[in-house]
Every structure is written in structure tokens, then in C-alpha cells.
Write a protein that binds this ligand. Structure first.
Ligand code: HEC
Ligand code: HEC
Length: 282
């Protein structure tokens, strides 16, 4: 699973330079959402179980690299409930024409595209096809006992070194949490805006060495032609004049997020279940 994911990611990174410029130009336009009842006449309505099965395979081959195998979101958004929100024809349109940072899926003919729609429809509104097997209540205790709140906030409670996790369960699948907690640097959160990492722009670590030999590593907060600003784990900000720096290196494989590979398998499952249950208001 990890191997497959990094393979997908690797092939993605390969196409990213062009892809990123499209993304930067992305406009947050809503797809022309047809009225949901237009789906009654849509070809998707005539598709049977074999089409869904074929759609699932096509999804794995054409979409999962960005949306995750369970459609829970990776480089692209979570697709659960999208057919209900945009209508079957709306999903078909996105596959055909692309949207924002998503390129049109040229390799799928109309019939194939409808089969994918038939599969996407089965993803449903809120149920993830992948469910966490742990106990979310026990998982909250694991969260509290391991200092996660030092760096993360949920519903406004906690620290700000890492991303807030209030609704993280909406956009990530359990297997992602599992892999990520074991080896965060190797399985960082996806972010399509950052080609050098395929990861979360806001948390990229950068190491600078000043001309007089001082080193500092921190999260890149700001960078322009002349200055770079880093934040350390204690939340302190450091601003550097680039003319005083010998080197500036991004550290895409590293993160301030510690590995939790020391957790027992049960604690890890419970923690994953807790994170998956976080679906609070955005
Ligand atoms: C290269 C990565 C990539 C691939 C491959 C990809 N998508 Fe996307 N997809 C995205 C991104 C990024 C967005 C968000 C686009 C935007 O609105 O800016 C998106 C958006 C969507 C949306 C609209 C979601 C919404 O909330 O508006 C649907 C539906 C969708 N994709 C379905 C698919 C399907 C089905 C496939 C496979 C046939 C697929 N995508 C392949 C990256 C991808
Ligand atoms: C020392 C600070 C720190 C601690 C402690 C910490 N994290 Fe993190 N966490 C981070 C940072 C920074 C990131 C962003 C990772 C990146 O992009 O490099 C992160 C990312 C995450 C993400 C990924 C979010 C996403 O968008 O997918 C999850 C989930 C997460 N942490 C959960 C936890 C849990 C659960 C714990 C406790 C077991 C924990 N963290 C402890 C700093 C921390």
C-alpha cells in the first residue's frame, strides 16, 4: 500500500511542474452543477453492478493517485457525497473537462467515464469505504496522553505548531493516518501546491546556513526575493536577509511532526479511529 502510494506520488511529481502552474491559475469556480434530478435521465442510471466494478478499477487506475483509492482525498479533494452534491452529470463533466487543478481525463471515453461516475456514486455522502477499526473514545485518550495537543488544535483547543485537526477526518482516510503516524516524513500530508514535496506547503522545513556558519532549521513561514522567515518548534520567528546566507535548503523528507511508531498496535488503531472521527465544522 505504501509502495503503491509512493509510486503514484512519484509519477505525479513528475508531471507536477506544468500541473502546478495550472493550479496557481486555478479559479474556484463551481462546476455548472446540473439540478440533481437531471441524474434520472443520465446514462449513470442505466449502469449495473458490472459497470460499478469496472468503474472501481478505472478509478484505481485513473483517479486514485490524486483522490485516494477510497476516494477519501489525497492530492485532490474527498469525493464522498460529490455525486449527491453535483449530480452524476456534474461528476461526468469534471472527468471530461477537468476543473481547476484537475486535468481532463482524456484516456477515458464516454462509456468509461460513466462507469467511473457509477463507482463514485457508491462512495456515498458520509461513509468512507474504508472504516477505522479502533475505538475513537480510547483514541482520544491516546491523543491526550501523547502530547498531540502541544502542536495541534481541535475546535480551537491546543497549539499551533502543526495544522489544526478539527475536521481532518473528512479529508483523509484511516490508512493515511496509520502510515503517517508511523513515519510522518515519509508519508507527509499531500498538498498539490508544493511540487518539491507533494506535501503541505505551510509546514515545509527549511535549513539555512549563514555566511558565518550558523545553522537553523524551521518551518518556512514566508519567503521572497530578499528574505526568508522561519518558525521554530517553540513558535519563535526568525527572519533572514538572504544576502547573509550561504545556503538555503528545503528538507522535503523531514517534518517537525514526531513519529509515533512506539505506540502499541491497539493504541495506534484507536488513535486512527479518533482522528477519522474528527469531522467538525470547518
Ligand atoms: C492529477 C490529479 C487528479 C487526477 C488524476 C484526478 N483528479 Fe479529480 N481533482 C483533482 C483536483 C486537484 C481537484 C480540485 C479541482 C479544483 O476545483 O480546483 C479535483 C476535483 C475533482 C472533482 C470535483 C470535486 C469537487 O468537490 O468539486 C471530481 C468529481 C473529481 N475530481 C473526480 C475525479 C475522477 C473521477 C478522476 C478519475 C477519472 C479524477 N478526478 C482524477 C485532481 C485530480
Ligand atoms: C512537535 C509538534 C507536533 C506534535 C507533538 C504532533 N504533531 Fe502532528 N504535525 C505536526 C506538524 C508540524 C505537522 C505538519 C506535517 C508536515 O507537513 O510536515 C503535523 C501533521 C499532522 C497530521 C497530518 C495532517 C494532514 O493534513 O494530513 C496529523 C494527522 C497529525 N499531525 C496528528 C498528530 C497526532 C495524532 C499527534 C500525537 C500522537 C501529533 N500529531 C503530534 C507537529 C506535531
Amino acid at each position: 500500500m505504501i509502495a503503491i502510494r509512493s509510486l503514484c506520488l512519484a509519477s505525479l511529481l513528475f508531471v507536477l511542474p506544468g500541473f502546478t502552474s495550472q493550479l496557481l491559475a486555478a479559479h474556484p469556480q463551481a462546476p455548472q452543477a446540473p439540478a440533481p434530478d437531471a441524474s434520472k435521465e443520465s446514462p449513470a442510471a442505466k449502469l449495473g453492478p458490472e459497470d460499478i466494478a469496472m468503474g472501481k478499477k478505472l478509478f484505481a487506475g485513473n483517479c486514485a493517485g490524486c483522490h485516494g483509492f477510497a476516494g477519501g482525498g489525497q492530492l485532490g479533494p474527498n469525493l464522498h457525497g460529490i455525486a449527491e452534491r453535483n449530480g452524476n452529470a456534474g461528476v461526468f463533466e469534471v472527468i471530461r473537462n477537468g476543473q481547476g487543478g484537475m486535468p481532463p481525463q482524456m484516456s477515458l471515453n464516454d462509456q468509461r467515464a460513466w462507469q467511473v461516475v457509477a463507482f463514485v456514486r457508491t462512495l456515498g455522502a458520509s461513509t468512507s469505504t474504508e472504516t477505522a477499526k479502533g475505538d475513537p473514545v480510547k483514541g482520544k485518550a491516546v491523543y491526550d496522553a501523547n502530547g498531540c495537543a502541544l502542536c495541534h488544535s481541535i475546535d480551537g483547543q491546543g497549539g499551533g505548531v502543526g495544522p489544526q485537526l478539527t475536521s481532518i477526518g473528512k479529508s483523509r482516510v484511516p490508512s493515511y493516518f496509520h502510515d503517517f503516524l508511523l513515519d510522518p516524513g515519509k508519508n507527509p500530508p499531500p498538498d498539490m501546491m508544493l511540487p518539491e514535496r507533494g506535501s503541505n506547503t505551510g509546514y515545509l522545513l527549511v535549513k539555512v546556513v549563514t555566511k558565518d556558519g550558523k545553522e537553523m532549521t524551521g518551518i518556512r513561514v514566508n519567503e521572497d526575493t530578499f528574505t526568508i522567515e522561519l518558525r521554530d518548534i517553540g513558535g519563535h520567528f526568525y527572519s533572514f536577509d538572504k544576502s547573509n546566507l550561504k545556503t538555503i535548503e528545503t528538507e522535503p523528507g523531514k517534518t517537525l511532526m514526531p513519529s509515533y511508531s512506539n505506540l502499541s498496535a491497539t493504541d495506534l488503531d484507536d488513535l486512527v479511529a479518533y482522528l477519522s472521527s474528527l469531522k467538525g465544522a470547518r
